[in-house]
Design a protein around this ligand. Structure first.
Ligand code: MN
Length: 527
């Protein structure tokens, strides 16, 4: 079967469409909200990664969501290599018109309409009878088709939906113009065999199912999101919904990097192709961590710090003799590079800019100047400057947007003889303000000085220190998590001085708290 798709033309049967929802399902999870510039930067990275569809947001959810989807459609959406730009909508007229308007400018666009179909959701969430739900599915798809030839319909909580009713809904959605049918495992309840059963059933029983793209959207509440995704592909699904680092509601979504590398590594069993440039995976993952302030755990598959580390002597010995003994894929295939001695204190601005380009950063002149100044400073203090150091430094300096509060300087007295004392200078709204504070240790003294300069009520709920590379002269990378009125933000900072890195991390988190937005109708943000 070859499907004729409004956005992709003739689709080969072995082609998997990668639908990324990092900017929608991922972004709506606690602590992961991004501002407009951060979303655009992420959208650019996702485009370079080679995703096919970008769910850029949920335009009705807030003015910020609408603006960001619109901005992505008007910028990336104009490029020849742009993915299909998709906006999410519930079934209401306002929702659909808002989504249609937000994606309007994109060369290739999609409206994604979702509606709950499970008995539980219909009774308690929608308070509707099945027949009303069916009518709503028809009217919403029909309306969306007025604004886009490419329309996706999702049966929210589809994996807990009665089989006969699911078939009727899917048939109606196809009949009225849906070109992609998505069956989300909204609550992360399904097992792989449920995927096999559901998609086999739809293909056997629903007229027209062979003319549309079937899609899977899995949550990781039982750790099965990627396993379910692969089972769905083998049962006929040709669109995979996923996110970078597996971020998303609750335990998250199927992770893009894991699903893509499973298909690639086990192509004998899952013989399908997609357009992902796998060597860009790590860079995209790190960009997301930098923007959101959440690192992946060290043992995270593909992109975790230990994903390719061999500790046991017998494993190391095997890998040195032949990497295939213990490596099922090469670290380079997903973008890992060996530590490389790159630049020193005599390196010039041009070499530094070249290095940034190879590492995947595009920086303006002002950003380059700031980053170069800090690089020179680092090279004075640290003998060997690795790629990882540059990444930490640039992430710390350049990737920050419109910050109201900036770190300027810190002078510190610490040790075992006298109480610690911090002399801190911050730039607040363009004005340098100084404060001096003591505390129960140098970190406490420094954080108290920040509060003295910029009073706020947030609680410090996490403080962690890691090293960027090995050695006692390595840069420290500090994560600080602040909590205020139930909102959590993480900030990160890097420096060879752990306390300076701590101050930078705290200031980063503080800035993120200042841009936090309120969202409307959070109960509707699902699917
Ligand atoms: Mn979801």
């Amino acid at each position: 079967m070859a499907i004729d798709h409004p956005s992709f033309g003739k689709l080969d049967d072995n082609r998997i469409i990668i639908f990324d929802t990092t900017l929608r399902d991922g972004e709506q999870s606690p602590g992961f909200s991004m501002n407009l510039n951060e979303k655009i930067r992420m959208a650019e990275a996702l485009t370079e990664l080679g995703i096919d569809v970008m769910e850029a947001g949920f335009p009705i959810a807030s003015p910020g969501d609408y603006e960001s989807v619109k901005a992505i459609a008007e910028s990336i959406g104009q490029r020849d290599d742009s993915p299909v730009i998709c906006g999410l909508a519930r079934t209401g007229r306002d929702d659909i018109l808002r989504a249609a308007d937000a994606v309007k400018a994109a060369k290739r666009k999609r409206i994604h309409v979702f509606l709950s179909t499970s008995p539980l959701h219909m009774k308690y969430k929608l308070r509707m009878e099945p027949e009303e739900v069916l009518e709503l599915a028809v009217s919403s798809v029909t309306l969306a088709r007025n604004y886009s030839d490419d329309v996706e319909w999702s049966a929210e909580d589809g994996t807990r939906t009665d089989s006969d009713f699911l078939c009727r809904c899917v048939e109606a959605a196809i009949k009225h113009g849906a070109t992609t049918i998505n069956i989300p495992d909204t609550v992360g309840y399904a097992l792989p065999e449920d995927m096999t059963r559901i998609f086999t059933m739809l293909r056997e029983r629903v007229p027209g199912a062979d003319k549309v793209v079937l899609s899977t959207h899995n949550h990781n509440d039982l750790g099965l999101a990627v396993a379910n995704t692969l089972a769905a592909i083998r049962a006929g699904v040709r669109q995979v919904e996923c996110t970078i680092n597996g971020i998303g509601e609750r335990a998250g979504n199927a992770s893009l990097e894991e699903a893509v590398m499973a298909i690639r590594t086990r192509n004998d069993a899952v013989p399908f192709r997609n357009n992902i440039q796998t060597t860009n995976i790590l860079r995209t993952s790190k960009l997301l961590s930098t923007i959101t302030g959440f690192d992946v755990q060290p043992n995270k598959a593909i992109v975790g710090r230990n994903a390719f580390a061999h500790e046991a002597g017998i494993h190391q010995d095997g890998v040195l003799k032949n990497a295939a003994t213990y490596e099922i894929m090469t670290p380079e295939s997903v973008g890992w590079q060996k530590n490389s001695l790159v630049l020193g204190k005599h390196s010039g601005r041009a070499a530094f800019r070249d290095k940034l380009t190879t590492l995947g950063y595009k920086v303006g002149d002002n950003q380059l100047n700031d980053a170069f100044r800090r690089f020179k400073d680092l090279a004075d203090r640290k003998k060997v400057v690795y790629d990882e150091d540059i990444v930490a430094l640039v992430d710390d300096e350049v990737m920050r947007d419109h910050e109201r509060v900036r770190f300027v300087s810190l002078d510190l007295r610490a040790g075992s003889k006298a109480p610690p004392q911090a002399e801190l200078e911050l730039d607040v709204d363009g004005r340098v303000v100084a404060a001096s504070s003591s505390g129960d240790g140098p970190v406490d003294a420094t954080f108290k000085a920040i509060r003295a300069i910029f009073p706020h009520e947030a609680n410090l709920v996490l403080f962690s220190v890691g090293a960027v590379t090995e050695g006692t002269d390595a840069q420290a990378k500090v994560t600080v998590r602040l909590e205020e009125n139930g909102k959590m933000v993480d900030g990160q900072g890097a420096d060879t001085d752990t306390i300076v890195a701590s101050a930078r991390a705290y200031v980063h988190a503080l800035n993120k708290l200042l841009v936090k937005r309120d969202r409307t109708e959070p109960q509707a943000l699902s699917a």
